[in-house]
Design a protein around this ligand. Structure first.
Ligand code: F3S
Length: 293
């Protein structure tokens, strides 16, 4: 069996930085270590960090003596004031690309522009960005949402980093009609796009695709969707244990990709098992049982 690994897959730069710093902090901890919201959409990584002592909290007021990790999605501006007031030490893992959006929103809000964020109003990154313009932004995720924006003098458009270019183009073209003057900042991060393009490239030339990533991770679900379009035999798994190995006897070429919150060790487990598939076909179950949980 031939295995093709997608060129861009797994942890993006921002998530890798946040997770590395979380492991370093919990490994050297002398005090409590908290994460404000789950660090990433990956059950296995969250469980591993939890076993090392990381506590996930939803409210900064729940911190009792310790350090707080800010995840790559970032947080509203007032969280920094609160932590300062209460002498809470921060490990700030806000992705630099997200920080750029927060700063744009803050700068143009202070210059008197109405901020419009294109993205999902429930997403922590968007909630965070809105907190840099006094929670006054219009959050737009569809044509319907644009109707709620009144006619304005000045508006400034920014984007959630993970939306598609297509969505940004389509919605921003309509939003600008709402103001006399508009500033448009395409703040999309290309990590997502690169993963999607690599996935498409591989899916087009294989018999089956394995997409590794959290069942609830939206960027992984998007990869699954793209993969299915070009390769109907697409398998979405969280770990190698979810893969129906029997099916793979009939495939000659298998592609592998992974969402932006999938760590290298989970990808490596899948590659190792699949690379040895021909040799160990018979003993696959015992190989699987020997894997750590
Ligand atoms: Fe940052 Fe882009 Fe990843 S914004 S967290 S590098 S998807």
């Amino acid at each position: 069996m031939k295995i093709i690994l997608a060129e861009n897959s797994g942890f993006c730069f921002g998530v890798k930085k946040a997770i590395d710093s979380a492991y370093e902090t919990v490994n050297n901890k002398k005090n409590n270590v908290y994460s404000l919201g789950p660090l990433i959409h990956n059950k296995q990584v969250i469980e591993q960090l939890k076993s090392k002592g990381l506590k996930t909290i939803e409210n900064i007021d729940d911190v009792k003596n310790g350090k707080v990790i800010i995840r790559s999605h970032g947080v509203p501006l007032n969280i920094y004031d609160k932590t300062k007031e209460n002498n809470i030490e921060l490990i700030d893992s806000t992705c630099p690309f997200v920080r750029k959006v927060q700063k744009k929103a803050n700068e143009y809000y202070n210059k008197g522009y109405q901020i419009v964020i294109i993205g999902d109003k429930e997403h922590p990154e968007v909630i965070g960005i809105n907190g840099w313009c006094n929670n006054s932004a219009y959050i737009v995720n569809s044509m319907e949402d644009i109707k709620k924006i009144p006619l304005l003098n000045k508006l400034c458009i920014v984007a959630q980093t993970t939306i598609t270019e297509e969505k940004f183009e389509k919605l921003s073209k309509e939003i600008v009609k709402k103001a006399k003057e508009s500033k448009i900042f395409n703040t999309i991060c290309n990590a997502t796009q690169l993963r999607q393009e690599s996935c498409k490239k591989v899916a087009q030339k294989v018999d089956a695709m394995i997409v590794i990533g959290g069942f609830h991770s939206s960027n992984t679900q998007k990869l699954v969707k793209i993969s299915k379009k070009y390769c109907p035999n697409t398998y979405h798994i969280e770990t190698i244990k979810d893969l129906p190995l029997e099916d793979f006897k009939k495939y000659q070429t298998v592609g592998i990709t992974a969402g932006a919150s999938t760590p290298d060790w989970i990808i490596k487990e899948v590659i190792d098992i699949m690379s040895n598939f021909n040799n160990h076909n018979e003993n696959m179950n015992s190989m699987l049982n020997s894997l750590s949980d």
